[in-house]
Design a protein around this ligand. Structure first.
Ligand code: ADP
Ligand code: MG
Length: 269
């Protein structure tokens, strides 16, 4: 990728949706792996106290010496918080349940919405030469999610291909608008990605049709199918791209990565 698209360091993308179980973590891990396959250097920031992205990338709780909490709240150095994962070119700042108290602890901190932004803009980050930073958000519109939106250039919203999928989206859009009006005027919606799509299910097709009718080009052409290999991969501590490289799930995430890079090249041009 040309440097034009990232004049000031890596491109930072928050993967967010306040609903749980819609595929945020799965998308973060596998999009990271798909970008890495294209020789891009990716940092995953686990911003969910559940730490699922950390587990899915093979970092056990006992190996999470320093975490996103330390990075945000205690200003622990980048070199200390960044871990290598078993996936080449994918690094991680892991999370533990510690992070769940950040919301309350930070309430009186004037810079509370800017902690991740400031932490990620340390010049020390340049030494790692990341092309992308993907932030796996918690399932709520709390201070952590606001930190992700303030730090990011753009957001990707996974949408589960189920009934009620579009519900809650307006709340998310409101939060994005608020962040734009206050802390991050340039925050873009990168796109909405349909996840757990079942082509044999009328409901999936209907959700897709609705999403494309209402949201148009904001919806990625790539759709992530419901695929058992995708759901098995985390228990082997691997992205599906390594767990079953020929699976439909792996192909879908490769396609999503290609689409993302095309979008960014268009912006840079
Ligand atoms: P979130 O991070 O939004 O809470 P997850 O990524 O953890 O959601 O996904 C929720 C559950 O659905 C997990 O058990 C995950 O393995 C499963 N899952 C996600 N995407 C797929 C998929 N494409 N096919 C099958 N199972 C999936
Ligand atoms: Mg998650």
């Amino acid at each position: 990728m040309s440097d034009l698209s990232r004049p000031t360091g890596p491109r930072i993308v928050a993967i967010t949706n306040q609903k749980g179980g819609v595929g945020k973590t799965t998308t973060t891990i596998n999009l990271a792996a798909a970008l890495a396959e294209k020789n891009l250097n990716v940092l995953v920031v686990d911003l969910d106290p559940q730490g699922n992205a950390s587990t899915g990338l093979g970092i056990e709780p006992e190996d999470r010496k320093f975490t996103t909490y330390d990075f945000l709240v205690d200003e622990v150095e980048l070199e200390q918080v960044i871990l290598n994962t078993s996936t080449k070119l994918v690094s991680l700042i892991p999370a533990t349940v510690d992070l769940s108290s950040a919301d309350i602890e930070l309430f009186t901190n004037e810079k509370r919405s800017f902690l991740l932004h400031d932490a990620l803009r340390q010049t020390a980050l340049d030494a790692f030469a990341f092309d992308y930073v993907l932030i796996d958000c918690p399932p709520s519109l709390n201070l952590l999610t606001v930190n992700a939106m303030v730090a990011a250039h753009s957001v990707i919203v996974p949408l589960q291909s189920e009934f009620f999928a579009l519900e809650g989206l307006s709340q998310l859009m409101l939060t994005i608008r608020e962040v734009r009006q206050t802390a991050n005027p340039n925050l873009r919606i990168e796109g909405i990605v349909l996840t757990m799509y079942d082509a044999r299910n009328n409901l999936s097709q209907q959700v897709e049709a609705d999403a494309r009718a209402n949201l148009g080009d904001l919806v990625f052409r790539s759709v992530i199918p419901r695929n058992v290999r995708v759901s098995e991969a985390p228990s082997y501590a691997l992205p599906v791209l390594s767990y079953d490289t020929g699976s439909k799930g792996a192909a879908a995430y490769r396609s999503l990565a290609t689409e993302l890079l095309q979008k960014h090249e268009n912006i840079a041009a």
